[in-house]
Design a protein around this ligand. Structure first.
Ligand code: G4P
Length: 525
């Protein structure tokens, strides 16, 4: 197959949701449709239960499972669909943000009873920033939940996206009878726990008596009323607007009952974008370019101390990636080749000879890679949009076993390369501060340092509100800023200067007192 045909075949997306909305269940149903798995229960939830804040076994389990389910590929209607898993736990939000850089679109799952929840808001904000096309799936219609119109209002308001429903529920909870598919103009009747998918009854004209016969007069009239409002209030789906992230189609259904999932998948296959171009510091790279390029968005360490290798997840952006071929790592400026590149089909891994734009390849790595690394055939291309985010929790890290200083430093460096947390070294006294998005990472780091590197550390509280990257065009002003604010400054692992603000007020004062200095909330500016 030509490169063009391979590109046209692929769709790479992620499912995002607040924990418990039904992401795992939906993923599983999609894989069932694609024949990638044969039975329910094959995809394990990778969520960390709420009580497990310091349950290391749970963390280990989560890590083990999430390698297997990091990418799940399946075929459906002649397309190869790559689903990238995103951790739902908020302490792993940064992992999710980075995974979102490797997808071309997302499906957002919302629980009909809970509506838009906090984690969904944060994740969709990242999608909006990147103009990622979004399809919304409102799940658990077999349970009592919020009114459809209220929910759509909530989605528009809280997620800041415009929506247009492409399906509409007939009743809800115990009264749930099915969904009317506005996209294909047919009615799908619900039967709980049905193994086969209902074929759907074609009703092109909703005034058709068949509707009353199937769902009863009351429900039929309610549906007619609802659909009248839908057509008045919501615009028709404009694919270009969807592709620009300006409008999101909405589907209703029940993932666990396999209901409304096929409609979602069919529409996804019809409208979702294929592999998109990506911006580098140098230029825009298009998938159809012959020369291979790609970037690493995730690194996963092997928890088994006997096998210290890691898997770097590479998103292919352009050209054809080939096994045993030398590619240039921009950061290391050296050629590397891979003898066992891996692809993921559902939970199976297999060595591949080639991969195409949109694909995710697992590269075995002995410590070369860092999140955000770019690879190419030779041309200098540094992919943008894989920033570190300003962390929210901080602690001093102390070495508690001086004989293992080397191991501690190596362990910390590698964990930071994996993007577990960020390490800042203070300008005034060289003390190290770890910054994370969530508290759980501190436990993960301590545990992994001990088990993988044989190093011990403990933490000391540090009173910090935010870490912001700083830049300044005027070298003199920068020098003055550094000498005046030495005790509030640190370097990150890329030697970028970071301002550690004790409070929102300190940050505001620093901004006012040093107008020439710019403060940034992500490492990429
Ligand atoms: P997550 O990955 O987004 O965290 O959610 P997950 O799929 O694990 O689903 C969370 C819970 O919601 C699960 O129940 C799941 O069975 C249930 N669920 C998913 N889809 C539907 C649906 O359409 N209707 C109803 N009523 N429930 C749904 P659990 O009790 O937490 O787990 P389990 O014991 O069933 O696995």
């Amino acid at each position: 197959m030509s490169l063009k045909a391979e590109i046209a075949k692929r769709k790479t997306f992620g499912i995002v949701s607040h924990p418990d909305a039904g992401k795992t269940t939906l993923t599983e149903k999609l894989l069932l449709f694609g024949g990638a798995i044969q039975e329910a229960g094959a995809v394990k939830s990778n969520k960390i239960k709420k009580h497990a804040t310091s349950d290391f076994m749970e963390i280990e389990k989560q890590r083990g499972i999430s390698v297997a389910t990091s990418v799940m590929a399946f075929e459906y209607r002649d397309k190869q669909i790559n689903i990238l898993d995103t951790p739902g736990h908020k302490d792993f939000a940064e992992d999710t943000y980075r995974t979102l850089t490797a997808v071309d679109s997302v499906i957002v799952v919302i629980d009909v009873a809970k509506g838009v929840e906090e984690q969904t808001e944060r994740l969709v904000e990242v999608c909006r920033m990147r103009k990622t096309p979004i399809i919304v799936f409102i799940n658990k219609l077999d349970r009592e939940g919020k009114d459809g119109f209220d929910l759509l209002d909530e989605v528009e308001e809280k997620l800041g996206i415009k929506v247009t429903p492409l399906s509409w529920p007939v009743g809800m909870g115990s009264q749930f009878q099915g969904v009317y598919n506005l996209y294909e103009k047919n009615l799908l009747l619900f039967s709980p726990h049905s193994k086969d998918l209902e074929e759907g009854i074609k009703i092109t004209n909703i005034d058709d008596n068949l509707l009353d016969k199937k769902v009863g007069d009351r429900a039929a009239n309610q549906l007619r009323e609802d659909l009248e409002i839908v057509t008045q209030v919501y615009p028709d789906l404009d694919r270009d607007a969807y592709l620009n992230g300006e409008i999101s189609p909405v589907f209703f259904g029940s993932a666990i009952n396999n209901f409304g999932v096929r409609e979602l998948l069919d529409c996804f296959v019809d409208i979702a974008p294929g592999p998109l171009p990506r911006m580098t510091e140098e230029r825009l790279v298009r998938p159809e370019e012959e020369a291979f390029s790609g970037f690493v968005f995730k690194i996963h360490a092997n928890m088994d101390p006997k096998h210290r290798d890691r898997i770097a997840f590479l998103r292919v952006v352009s050209g054809t990636f080939q096994r045993n071929t030398n590619y240039r790592s921009m950061r290391l400026n050296k050629m590397i080749k891979f003898s066992n590149p891996t692809a993921f089909m559902a939970s199976k891994k297999s060595v591949i000879d080639e991969a195409f734009p949109g694909d995710i390849v697992g590269l075995y790595d002995s410590g070369n890679f860092k999140i955000g690394d770019s690879l190419s055939e030779g041309e200098t291309l540094i992919f943008k949009g894989i920033p570190s985010f300003s962390p929210e929790q901080f602690r001093f890290v102390n070495n508690t076993d001086p004989l293992k200083t080397k191991q501690l430093n190596k362990g910390l460096d590698q964990l930071m390369d994996e993007g577990v947390a960020q390490l800042f070294t203070k300008v005034d006294n060289g003390r190290k501060i770890i910054g994370t998005v969530g508290a759980l990472q501190f436990d993960v780091i301590q545990y992994r340092l001990k088990h993988e590197y044989g190093a011990s550390c403990d933490y000391e509280p540090v009173n910090l509100h935010k870490a912001c990257w700083v830049s300044c065009n005027d070298p003199k002003a920068l020098q003055e800023f550094i000498s005046r604010r030495k005790r509030d400054l640190a370097y990150d692992i890329d030697e970028k200067l970071v301002f550690l603000a004790e409070s929102a007020w300190t940050l505001k004062m620093a901004q006012e007192n040093h107008p020439e200095v710019k403060f940034h909330f992500t490492s990429e500016f």
